[in-house]
Every structure is written in structure tokens, then in C-alpha cells.
Design a protein around this ligand. Structure first.
Ligand SMILES: [Zn+2]
Length: 366
């Protein structure tokens, strides 16, 4: 078992292409080709977490937050980040970050929070643009099912919870090969008219190269005719934040009590209660100030997030309640999710969940 095999599973869960531009979600130290001795899943990489990995012989740490984030000009051990990097490299431990790409997929960080609150009708709050394209290709009729199989297998034809979605129309294709060709049908130098099917499928842009490779391999022609068309459609399964409903509305105080219990919170920072029942809830695990306008526009009664600055609390106005539950608190279940996905894929492999509480924030409650 290589580190690459573990990362391939994680990259299927949250493709790195879906991370935000400022992010650095990827393999940060180590080699994909190395043999993996065990995986430790955590939220943050600290010295204690690194010690835990060494103790349990895990040479791969999968963390939500990338320890390498800004630009580092030297690695002398001057900061805690440099110290951790030096120790990880010396101990031959690969560090991998699965960050805003996991925030941005519909079954990621925000869904975990939604599950704790039993939200239904969950949708991406701000779906991502420029992630989808249409692939159109022309196939002789007898090869249609082989080409479709190859396209579906390589990741084309997914729409929401549906897979293998395509559309085809029948028509006639013409071609005339030069003297250098070796046509699959007909003779070189003679115009051929062939009954063909035009196949259209939706593809995620980040899989474009592998889908085209699969098309070229499955298609019987020497020269494969195809069109790649960028789409203005947003991708419902990818984007920032999430919005969903409670099956039955809850009074504000009861909702906050439930939130406190489910996330084991000692305190919730929130804007003034509005005296109205809550049903529609927007969520953004981690720092979510940037989604306040979108949550309001979507009609959320409550926005659960973290890292709200003083002035941003005013933006709730009297339209909704903002609840800041703390950054670590909002993402505390991420290691559990990574653990579940990896043990699901590798049931007999050493996958561990960190037992270290890495929350740097403490609350003095008197
Ligand atoms: Zn975070």
C-alpha cells in the first residue's frame, strides 16, 4: 500500500481542484510513491500530533488545515511551523492537507454539521462556477456503448445524485482520409458517409484530461472528433457553505441549546435573538464571515459559523441570527469523517484518529 493509494481515495472525496485559490491543500512533505505504514487523521498538525504519529508508526498525517500556508523563506526551526516541518521530514512522515476542497464539496465539512442538527433539503449555499464543461463526440453506432462505458467510468455524466447521464442523437458523419491515414471504416482518399451518434455528456473540468484519454482509447477512429464547451452552469455539488431546513421549526433558545449539546460547546457568541422560530439554517465550518450576505439572501433564520469579527456581527441586522461556535468546534468532526472514509476503503489498514485536542482557544468561565 502506497501513500498514493490513500491520497487517491481522499482526492476522490474532495478533488484538490475544488480548493480556494489562496489555499494549499496537497501533499506538503513526503512522497506519494512511499509505502504507507499507517495514517493519522487530525484537524491541525501540532508537535503533539506528530509525536502521536511517530508513536503509532503512522508515516502519513492527513490534516484539515495545511501547516504550510503562507510563504516560508527558510526552515531553521525559528517558528513552530518550521519546527514541525523539520521534525516531520526527519521522521520521514508525509503531511497531507485536505482543506477548502473538503469545505467545498457537498458531502464535506458542512454536511457533518448539518447531520448533527438533522437538517434536510441541504444545498450548497454558493455553488461554484466554471467547474463544468460539455463534451460532445461523434461515434459510429456500433461503438456507442463502448465509448459511453469508458466516458462514465472516467467520471463523465454525473448530475447531482445521478450518474451515467448522457444524450445522443443519430446522424451521418462524413470524412476522407489522406494517403497517410489508416481509416477504421472505408478507404483512404474516398469520402465515407457513416451512421454515427452524437453523444453529449457533462464533465467536471478538473477531470478533462483523463476523460479525453478514456475517450481516445475507447473510440475506434484514428482521429476522434469532439467538442469541449465551457458551461455557465453552476455546480450544485461544489461551492461554499450549505443551507438546509429543520423538519419542524424550533424556538431560538431550544435550537441554541441543541447546538451547544451536539458540539459540546461551553459558549456560543451570537447576535440578538429575534423572537422567531428557526427552520432554515445556513452553515459554514471555520471562518464564514464572507457568506453572511449569501446566508441572508437565501433566507436563513440562523447562520452557524466561526471567526466572526465584531463589525461583521452587525451585518446580521434584524434579518437572521449569526452564531459563532468557534473554529475548532465547528470542524471538530472532520478527523472522524476522514477516518470513516479511509477505514471504509481500507478496512484492514492502520488508520487512526488523533486523540489530541488541538484547539488553541480556551474559554475562562469563572
Ligand atoms: Zn478551519
Amino acid at each position: 500500500m502506497t501513500i498514493d493509494k490513500v491520497l487517491t481515495v481522499l482526492e476522490k472525496l474532495a478533488p484538490p481542484a475544488y480548493q480556494e485559490e489562496y489555499d494549499n491543500a496537497k501533499l506538503l512533505t513526503g512522497s506519494r510513491a512511499a509505502v504507507c505504514t499507517g495514517v493519522l487523521c487530525c484537524l491541525d498538525i501540532t508537535d503533539e500530533v506528530l509525536a502521536e504519529a511517530i508513536q503509532h508508526n503512522c508515516n502519513l498525517i492527513v490534516a484539515h488545515h495545511p501547516i504550510l500556508f503562507g510563504s516560508i523563506k527558510s526552515i531553521t526551526g525559528a517558528s513552530y511551523i518550521e519546527k514541525i516541518l523539520i521534525r516531520a521530514i526527519k521522521s520521514d512522515i508525509a503531511l497531507y492537507a485536505i482543506h477548502t476542497n473538503l469545505d467545498n464539496v457537498i458531502h464535506g465539512v458542512n454536511q457533518l454539521i448539518a447531520n448533527k442538527l438533522n437538517l434536510i433539503n441541504c444545498k450548497t449555499l454558493v455553488p461554484k462556477k466554471n467547474t463544468l464543461a460539455k463534451l460532445i463526440t461523434y461515434v459510429p453506432k456500433e461503438a456507442t456503448s463502448v465509448v459511453l462505458d469508458a466516458l462514465f467510468k472516467s467520471g463523465a455524466g454525473h448530475i447531482g445524485e445521478y450518474s451515467e447521464a448522457s444524450f445522443s442523437t443519430q446522424g451521418a458523419g462524413t470524412f476522407k482520409g489522406s494517403e497517410k491515414t489508416n481509416p477504421h471504416i472505408g478507404l483512404r482518399g474516398v469520402r465515407e458517409v457513416v451512421a454515427e451518434e452524437k453523444i453529449e455528456v457533462l464533465i467536471p473540468v478538473h477531470l478533462q484530461n483523463s476523460i479525453l484519454k478514456a475517450l481516445f482509447e475507447a473510440h475506434p477512429y484514428e482521429e476522434v472528433a469532439y467538442d469541449l464547451v465551457p458551461l455557465l452552469n453552476t455546480n450544485q455539488g461544489v461551492g461554499s457553505g450549505l443551507i438546509g431546513d429543520l423538519a419542524t421549526p424550533l424556538e431560538e433558545v431550544a435550537l441554541l441549546q441543541n447546538l451547544k449539546k451536539e458540539f459540546n460547546l461551553s459558549v456560543i457568541k451570537h447576535t440578538a435573538l429575534l423572537g422567531k422560530p428557526i427552520q432554515k439554517i445556513a452553515i459554514c465550518g471555520g471562518s464564514g464571515s464572507f457568506l453572511i450576505p449569501a446566508a441572508k439572501k437565501a433566507g436563513a433564520h440562523l447562520f452557524i459559523t466561526a471567526d466572526i469579527k465584531y463589525h461583521a456581527f452587525f451585518d446580521a441586522a434584524s434579518d437572521m441570527i449569526i452564531a459563532d461556535i468557534g473554529h475548532w468546534e465547528s470542524e471538530q468532526y472532520v478527523p472522524e469523517q476522514l477516518f470513516a472514509v479511509l477505514t471504509g476503503n481500507f478496512p484492514n489498514f492502520a488508520v487512526l484518529k488523533s486523540q489530541v485536542n488541538t484547539n488553541p482557544v480556551h474559554y475562562f468561565l469563572g
